[in-house]
Write a protein that binds this ligand. Structure first.
Ligand SMILES: [Zn+2]
Length: 270
């Protein structure tokens, strides 16, 4: 069964033959919970990947009863979350609990912080970098950042800004950072939901042998990635946006999302 990758959910998706696919959802968004009454009807296996630091506190909000939610691109909700500290587009703990109890639902990890860093590994298909990413590094002088990409901080060694300069992050530091993030994520699952996930979707769909090796040490056995992963351990996913007919309402917003939190990720905080 082929897999679809979904970010913010919107009503147009429910006109697609969703029952032919495993549905995977990245970032742990409120819309994943909100549209649960519609998701139940499509009969697909559902796999929700939570970036656990982004899950908010608070009770469950009312689910869908006929009124669509405004659709937000990953660039839009990432900007709100990472720059304005506004997490209303994300699940609350109580909503995550309700999802976890649902039949046919699995929860997986999508890192804790969903962090980005500066790297000299350029994406294979470069896209415009979304403003929220650039803003995160505004404190680093522009001449130092020139020629570098802003991508997953877990997937690449990248650079550390220290004493006014950028220096390469040592492999031991990089691995320690991966472990810290993974331990925070697993602790969240253990404490909040009493479960230990074994499926992992890479933030921004970006991965490397070092990252997979570290995640395997924590018991992760299934890795979800981009449409054509080069590593045979990574399961391919199709971006659901690719299935929508061109020229549909909202297509423009989806395009804006592409350059978004994504990068290597076709859409994502992605
Ligand atoms: Zn993501």
């Amino acid at each position: 069964m082929k897999r679809l990758m979904i970010h913010d959910l919107r009503p147009e998706y429910f006109d697609l033959p969703l029952g032919d696919y495993v549905l995977t959802f990245d970032d742990g968004l409120f819309s994943h919970y909100y549209y649960l009454p519609l998701l139940r009807r499509c009969g697909s296996p559902l796999l929700f990947f939570l970036a656990t630091a982004l899950v908010g506190e608070g009770p469950a909000r009312p689910p869908f009863a006929g009124r669509p939610l405004p659709y937000r691109t990953p660039a839009e909700y990432a900007r709100a979350a990472f720059l304005a500290g506004d997490r209303r587009d994300f699940l609350t703990v109580e909503e995550a609990r309700i999802l976890a109890r649902e039949k046919g639902v699995r929860l997986g990890a999508h890192s804790h912080f969903h962090a980005v860093g500066l790297t000299d590994v350029a994406p294979r298909r470069p896209r415009p970098v979304s403003p929220w990413r650039v803003e995160l590094f505004a404190g680093i002088p522009e001449e130092l950042r020139r020629g570098l990409s802003i991508r997953s901080r877990l997937a690449f060694a990248g650079f550390v800004f220290e004493n006014g300069r950028l220096r390469p992050r040592r492999e031991a530091e990089w691995r320690a950072d991966i472990r810290r993030d993974t331990e925070c994520c697993l602790e969240w699952f253990e404490r909040r939901l009493g479960v230990r996930p074994d499926a992992y979707a890479f933030p921004f769909n970006e991965y490397s042998p070092v990252l997979i090796e570290e995640l395997e040490r924590y018991g992760f056995r299934e890795f979800y990635g981009p449409p054509r992963p080069k590593d045979p351990r990574v399961l391919a996913r199709i971006d659901i946006e690719e299935l929508l007919p061109p020229g549909r309402p909202g297509a423009e917003a989806a395009e804006r999302g592409r350059g978004g939190p994504g990068g290597g990720d076709p859409a994502g905080v992605r």
